[in-house]
Write a protein that binds this ligand. Structure first.
Ligand SMILES: Nc1nc2c(c(=O)[nH]1)N[C@H]1C(S)=C(S)[C@@H](COP(=O)(O)O)O[C@H]1N2
Ligand SMILES: [Mo]
Length: 167
């Protein structure tokens, strides 16, 4: 009985919307690739995003002090939580890889405990590579001062290029 059910599920798998290429294809330059434990993709195994796709997600703004700028700065972008929901992520941790070869692992629980932003704007403007763009993981340090520690600073990856969702 259960075996038959499993067989049926396996046979239906290729038609399951969760496994199909299910996100619209990016039209602009791809600035972020997500892979790993995700169910929503637009290339085999990958969810590729251009800026317009990131802008279409729920946005969050924070005005925060950081170790990298003088004084409070305004950052805006999708929350990592919204991004993870969009790609159907089912995982415990995120491997965030930067263009400069830096990488850090963020527990998914961080994205539930605080509105961690994948910032695409700084003071209303896109971030160039030189300005730590195009995407910068920003924790709301000033809203939640307990985040001001070396562990969280090390998770604040700039020049983000890809995210692997680890099971
Ligand atoms: N892309 C990128 N993000 C990064 C880093 C890096 O080298 N590259 N360093 C990380 C570490 S280890 C820390 S503590 C903070 C602060 O780095 P800084 O002291 O060099 O400014 O940024 C984090 N984000
Ligand atoms: Mo660090």
């Amino acid at each position: 009985m259960f075996l038959r059910l499993k067989l049926l599920l396996v046979l239906l798998m290729p038609f399951s919307p969760a496994l199909a290429v299910s996100l619209p294809a990016p039209e602009g330059e791809v600035i972020l690739r997500i892979h790993g434990a995700i169910s929503q993709t637009n290339k085999p195994g990958i969810a590729a995003f251009d800026m317009a796709m990131l802008d279409a997600l729920e946005q969050r703004q924070t005005i925060t002090e950081t170790p990298w700028y003088e004084g409070p700065q305004e950052f805006t972008g999708p929350t990592l939580a919204a991004l993870l929901a969009h790609v159907g992520a089912k995982g415990q941790a995120l491997r965030i890889v930067a263009i400069n070869d830096y990488a850090a692992t963020i527990p998914v629980s961080d994205t539930q405990a605080s509105p961690v932003i994948l910032a695409s704007r700084h003071e209303g403007r896109e971030l160039s590579l030189r300005e730590k763009g195009p995407l910068f993981v920003i924790y709301p340090f000033s809203e939640m001062p307990h985040l001001k520690n070396e562990v969280i600073f090390s998770r604040s990856v700039w020049q983000v290029m890809s995210i692997e969702v680890l099971p």
